[in-house]
Ligand binder design. Structure first.
Ligand code: AMP
Length: 125
């Protein structure tokens, strides 16, 4: 179902294939609602991607159409992953690219979790 002008979810996207086990990933966490793995091209000492198990193209899609249980479960998983990685005290950054202006490359909703050094300005320039 298109949301906010987005194309429909494409089940051949790379994160869908990771969820189905068709492509390997360096998994760090999994539960009913979320799957987390190391980014293949890390932009910080810790760069984890957290994705929902459901088929959502973007934050726009997820926030508008996921169930309450999926949203709660996913957000709690993100917090647990950061906590379990020992990142609460030093701090971390969450980022969700959404749509064209953000440069979103993979059309399965994902949250980037960056940590491991002072992360500098939020947006360069
Ligand atoms: P975005 O630009 O927000 O869509 O981010 C997509 C992210 O997915 C980038 O940081 C890529 O490095 C990462 N990525 C792409 N393919 C893979 C893969 N097979 N395994 C892990 N991370 C990936």
């Amino acid at each position: 179902m298109p949301v906010n002008g987005l194309p429909p979810y494409n089940s051949q996207n790379i994160f869908a294939r990771i969820l189905r086990g068709e492509i390997p990933a360096r998994k760090i966490y999994e539960d009913e609602f979320a799957f987390a793995f190391h980014d293949i091209n890390p932009q910080a000492p810790t760069h984890v991607l957290v994705i929902p198990k459901g088929a959502y193209c973007s934050f726009a899609d997820f926030s508008a159409t996921a169930t309450e249980a999926e949203i709660t479960g996913f957000i709690r998983a993100v917090g647990k992953i950061a906590r379990d990685l020992g990142l609460e005290a030093p701090g971390y950054r969450l980022l969700a690219n959404t749509g064209e202006h953000s440069g979103q490359e993979v059309a399965h909703f994902h949250i980037h979790l960056f940590a491991g050094r002072p992360l500098g300005r939020m947006i360069p320039g």
